[in-house]
Design a protein around this ligand. Structure first.
Ligand SMILES: [Zn+2]
Length: 203
């Protein structure tokens, strides 16, 4: 009886219950939104296992961002120096989109421009809706800080954790800055928004 009970407990752990629109990762069992290309927990673990922390880009040191509890715990176990920040969700950001499918070929496209809409050969799969680019799968995030990073050094961050507006479109979209140059102050990164912001545009 006990063995049967144990087996039940383990099999319950092995097969996490997914709701509609969710997937469970075959490698780590993490449950994630099926709109993501890959399991986010594993994606950030790969950054750690690649160990490419000395890369340069455009003459600047590239700072790695990791997200999710598992990657942050693993980074600490590896003895890496981290700057942990909370990934906040800001309602300020919205990027609109609509999903269409071609009636004959079955091709599925995503459009973001109101002016690209229309044409009877396209069927609406998802009508105009917005996604919030400040929404990540986990509130836990951290920059991996190179041990020899000097105060005042300018770096490149490909996945900015704090929220900054990159640009606005008069169709209503508000874009979030994801990539930016920044100065290491010795305690935090001073994000230079103007380095990669797209600004305001009309169309
Ligand atoms: Zn996974």
């Amino acid at each position: 009886m006990l063995l049967k009970r144990l087996l039940e407990i383990f099999s319950a752990n092995d097969q996490p219950k997914t709701k509609k629109g969710e997937l469970s990762c075959k490698e780590c069992n993490f449950i994630y939104d099926n709109t993501l290309d890959e399991c986010p927990e594993c994606k950030y673990m790969k950054i750690l296992t690649d160990r490419s922390f000395d890369e340069m880009s455009d003459g600047l040191r590239l700072i790695r961002t990791i997200r999710g509890e598992r990657a942050i715990k693993a980074a600490k176990d590896m003895g890496l120096k981290l700057l942990e920040l909370k990934a906040e969700v800001s309602d300020e950001f919205k990027v609109k989109y609509k999903k269409l499918q071609h009636r004959k070929t079955g091709e599925i496209i995503t459009i973001g421009d109101f002016r690209a809409d229309g044409g009877s050969e396209w069927k609406t799969l998802v009508n105009w809706t917005s996604r919030n680019p400040s929404k990540f799968f986990s509130p836990y995030a951290a920059y991996v800080i190179p041990k020899d990073l000097k105060k005042g050094e300018c770096v490149l961050i490909n996945d900015v954790i704090t929220n900054h507006v990159s640009g606005r479109w008069n169709q209503g979209d508000v874009y979030r800055l994801s990539k930016s140059e920044a100065i290491w102050t010795g305690r935090y990164f001073d994000i230079d928004v103007s380095s990669y912001a797209i600004g305001e545009f009309i169309g």
